[in-house]
Ligand binder design. Structure first.
Ligand code: GDP
Length: 445
């Protein structure tokens, strides 16, 4: 899928991971090469630039984890950044098809693979989700295209709307809707006409069909081999018709693949599926982590770094525990815990991990308890001096006022925090004596 880009990147990182120590210049040189590789893969310039800048910032700011080389760590940062660039906020594979019959509008240029993709998706919905699907071709300009969909339908065992000569696309769309309702279908797919280029008539027709069908999903099919053009086409379709996702076809070829990386950043639209061949099963949902893995082709190193980082975290927790056992639980420890809670998805995320906490969450919402409390407490601790954090007993009334003011909060909130800290420290001490702390921490990890 991304052979060329993948080869280029592994070339860059092979060199880097073999080195024991890395200078800032080594990283800079490597990232310059990454940038060139991305541009050659037809990733758009601003995306390539932002990508490299993000990696650079993270690589500079991060302490190197023991037992892995800095180069390996850079590979992991690049991997995470790739995944980030590829991730949208929709679940790619989950098509909105509740409220049957749900209309899905398929749009795209001629030859992009629209008809093939319509049939592939219909087959998927039928086989994986047990849906009854009806497909209709709206390509009144090309009778051959209508025939093609009918043939594919027979091949995969999915019904197609009978062809009636002389109807307009809008009339066909209306007939498909009626047939889908009467026939008890879950989904009906409208395969609109494509053209070689986007023109006013094509857009007007697709918009008219959209207005009568009111689709739950409008999927744009684009040829992944066209690189940057695919992104431009997507931008234009989205501006004029509005799309809910993109299907990138021909990703089985060893094309440059840059469209996959630029698509979401430039158009804001997620890639939902990738086409991987002419066969009816040759389609996959777009999984950012898997795709990032394929682009980088360095899964072993990524796994290694993840493992090393997990070990370090466990060691830190162990160290913290030993301090707690001795009754040394200061404001820095509390802050670390609050940070950790935020990282785990805040209150909501923590609650989600505990069984039977759903009800409690409702109560917390009602009582106005949410992540903002965590953030306010962190802000308060940040306003303390180093000495005060290590020993909160130093906090005199005048200092409390200053600290609260510094964090933009009331003194009462700071008092609550100090009280909470004392209670926790006392509890840690008690638990530490009985060995309960060790058990409790073990359970948390
Ligand atoms: P349409 O004009 O957009 O409806 O395009 P078609 O669905 O007719 O597809 C055009 C050609 O591309 C056909 O020969 C398809 O078999 C082929 N095709 C579609 N999707 C893919 C894909 O993901 N990979 C490959 N290799 N070929 C594809």
């Amino acid at each position: 899928m991304f052979e060329n880009l993948s080869d280029r990147l592994s070339g860059v990182f092979d060199k880097l991971t073999k080195q024991g120590a890395l200078s800032e210049d080594d990283v800079k040189t490597a990232l310059r090469e990454v940038r060139v590789a991305l541009l050659e893969a037809d990733v758009s310039l601003p995306v390539a630039r932002d990508f490299v800048a993000a990696v650079q910032a993270k690589a500079t700011g991060q302490a190197v984890t023991k037992s892995i080389t800095p180069g390996q760590q850079v590979v992991k940062i690049v991997h995470d950044e790739l995944e980030h660039v590829l991730t949208g906020d929709t679940d790619p594979g989950a098509l909105k098809i509740d409220n049957p019959p749900a209309p899905i509008l398929m749009v795209g240029l001629q030859g992009s693979g629209k008809t093939t993709t319509t049939a592939k998706l219909a087959k998927r919905l039928k086989e994986r989700e047990g849906k009854r699907v009806l497909m209709a071709s709206l390509d009144t300009n090309r009778p051959a295209a209508m025939e093609q969909l009918a043939i594919l339908g027979t091949q995969i065992g999915v019904d197609t709307l009978p062809i009636v000569k002389g109807e307009t696309p809008v009339q066909i769309a209306k007939r498909a809707k009626t047939a889908a309702s009467l026939g008890g279908y879950d989904v009906y797919m409208l395969d609109t006409a494509g053209r070689l280029h986007i023109d006013a008539e094509l857009i007007a027709q697709a918009a008219a069909v959209r207005d009568v069908a009111n689709p739950r999903e409008t999927l744009l099919v684009v040829d992944g081999l066209t690189g940057q053009d695919a992104v431009n086409v997507a931008q234009e379709f989205d501006d004029k018709i509005g799309v809910t996702g993109v299907v990138l076809t021909r990703m089985d070829g060893d094309g440059r693949g840059g469209a996959a990386l630029s698509m979401r950043a430039i158009t804001g639209k997620p890639i939902r599926f990738v086409g991987l061949g002419e066969k009816m099963d040759a389609i996959e949902t777009f999984e950012p982590s898997r795709i990032a893995g394929r682009i980088l082709g360095m899964g072993d190193i990524v796994a290694l770094v993840e493992k090393a980082q997990a070990t370090i975290e466990a060691e830190q927790a162990e160290k913290m525990m030993r301090r707690f056992q001795k009754g040394r639980f200061n404001m820095n420890d509390l802050k670390m815990q609050l940070d950790q809670m935020l990282k785990m998805g805040g209150m909501e995320g923590m609650m989600g991990m505990l069984p039977g906490m759903g009800k409690m969450k409702g109560q917390m919402d009602a009582a106005g308890i949410d992540d903002s409390i965590l953030r306010r407490q962190i802000a308060l601790i940040n306003s303390m001096t180093k000495a005060e954090r290590a020993n909160p007993d130093l906090l005199a009334a005048s200092r409390k006022k200053r600290i609260a003011k510094g964090a933009g909060l009331e003194v009462s909130e700071l008092n609550k925090l100090v009280k909470q800290h004392r209670q926790m420290a006392d509890m840690m001490k008690k638990m530490g004596k009985g060995g309960m702390l060790k058990n409790a921490m073990k359970q948390m990890m």
